[in-house]
Design a protein around this ligand. Structure first.
Ligand code: PLP
Length: 397
């Protein structure tokens, strides 16, 4: 008996293999410094937890509307619209079990087999997986390293855009930690309008910033009617395991996504949605988390500055750093970034993902990169772990 042929095209988050390797190393009695996790080791604010407990006690434990409970849809429309300077109605909002389902539902709703879909590479690996799974033609676009971070290769994007029906855009980017200048964002919006593309704006990190203000591409002229926003409670409120997010979409798309909800999970857990209403009513618990994450970013950037052969910019948003390790690999005698990561784990206990965990590398890539997430490790361990990494690389030269 054979599995469905499309299963061959289903990708995954290979970063979970890094977690397994780290757990295995720790189980053997070694100290591990976890820079691989995109999860947050901070507690969900108490008012949100209490609201969920109240909702369970009040019996909000049954099925509820597929598109989400009215109070949450209204609160999300108000919140997402105000933060982005857009007009949104409750009908634009379809509640989801996290932000991730918006990716598959965007593809299911708008991409036919053979349609080209542009997506960032390096980027969140689920884009590539879902586009290929549903028979879309993958059109990965690259980033160029700059003195202040990374910029989208707009020349490549302009070449690819005529072949696309949809564009996935992740400003405040995982894994790069970078964000578009206003000029870059406008150039992408211009391309989307010129080629009449549907756009998925993955805004998972919209609120995770330490300086400046986030802008949504959906708020630029001519974009609201073609853009689906991926919104999530996961990062902002340290609610990764609760599974709560939404799509904010043009009404015809939102209606179809709600229909997929009915076919798929029926609804998002009612009492979790009530907790979401409270999170939006009183989001004050999010601010201390950002302060802590900023301390971690500063500690990590300072420690990396002391590691020979490793360099990275200081992002104003996300909780990721994407250092260039080309020189450090040469110093330690590695040509394969996976081997470098394994040796670093075994020699220093520092565990991290590499560029390879974020989409299939493009053929002409020469520089080597790794990703440090600082959402699951405190300041003292950041400094200690990266100090050990620096000593190991330094001693090999
Ligand atoms: N998009 C990006 C860029 C992410 O990094 C993540 C999670 O790490 C998600 C979407 C999905 O997050 P969730 O499903 O927890 O909302």
């Amino acid at each position: 008996m054979a599995l469905a042929a499309r299963m061959d095209r289903l990708g995954t988050e290979t970063a979970f293999a890094v977690s397994l390797a780290a757990a295995d190393w720790a189980a053997k009695g070694h100290r591990v410094y976890p820079f691989h996790l995109g999860d947050i080791d901070l507690a969900t604010p108490a008012n949100i937890v209490e609201a969920m407990n109240r909702a369970i006690a009040d019996g909000k434990t049954g099925y509820c509307p597929a598109a989400g409970v009215p109070a949450l849809r209204a609160a999300l429309a108000e919140n997402i619209g105000t933060d982005r300077g857009m007009e949104l109605q409750a009908e634009n909002i379809v509640v989801q079990t996290g932000g991730k389902p918006v990716i598959t539902k965007f593809v299911q709703t708008l991409v036919d087999p053979g349609d080209g879909v542009l997506f960032p590479n390096p980027g969140y690996p689920i884009y590539e997986s879902q586009v290929e799974y549903y028979g879309g033609t993958p059109l990965p676009y690259r980033y160029i390293e700059t003195p202040t971070g990374f910029a989208i290769d707009l020349d490549q994007l302009r070449e690819l855009a005529p072949h696309a029906k949809a564009l996935i855009y992740n400003n405040l980017q995982n894994p790069l930690g970078c964000e578009s200048s206003m000029d870059e964002m406008q150039a992408i919006a211009d391309l989307a309008i010129e080629h009449d593309l549907w756009v998925l704006s993955d805004e998972a990190y919209f609120e995770m910033r330490y300086a400046g203000e986030s802008t949504s591409i959906a708020a630029l002229p001519g974009m609201a009617e073609r853009t689906v926003i991926l919104y999530t409670f996961s990062k902002k409120f340290a609610m990764t395991g609760w599974r709560l997010g939404c799509a904010a979409a043009p009404i015809e798309v939102a209606t179809m996504i709600a229909k997929i909800n009915t076919n798929d999970e029926s609804c998002t857990t009612h009492f979790v949605q009530e907790a979401g209403v409270e999170a939006l009513r009183d989001p004050s618990g999010a601010a201390p988390m950002l302060t802590e994450l900023q301390r971690r970013r500063d500690a990590a950037v300072a420690a990396i500055a002391g590691i020979p052969g490793v360099s990275c910019a200081t992002p104003d948003s996300t909780f990721y750093l994407f250092p260039n390790v080309t020189v450090a690999m040469a110093m330690t005698g590695f040509t394969d970034v996976g081997d470098f990561a394994t040796a670093a784990l075994h020699e220093t206990g520092v565990s991290f993902c590499t560029r390879r965990h974020f989409g299939r590398p493009q053929p002409d890539e020469e520089q080597q990169y790794i990703r440090f997430a600082y959402s699951g490790i405190g300041v003292d361990d950041i400094t200690e772990g990266l100090g050990k990494l620096g000593d190991w690389i330094g001693s090999a030269s």
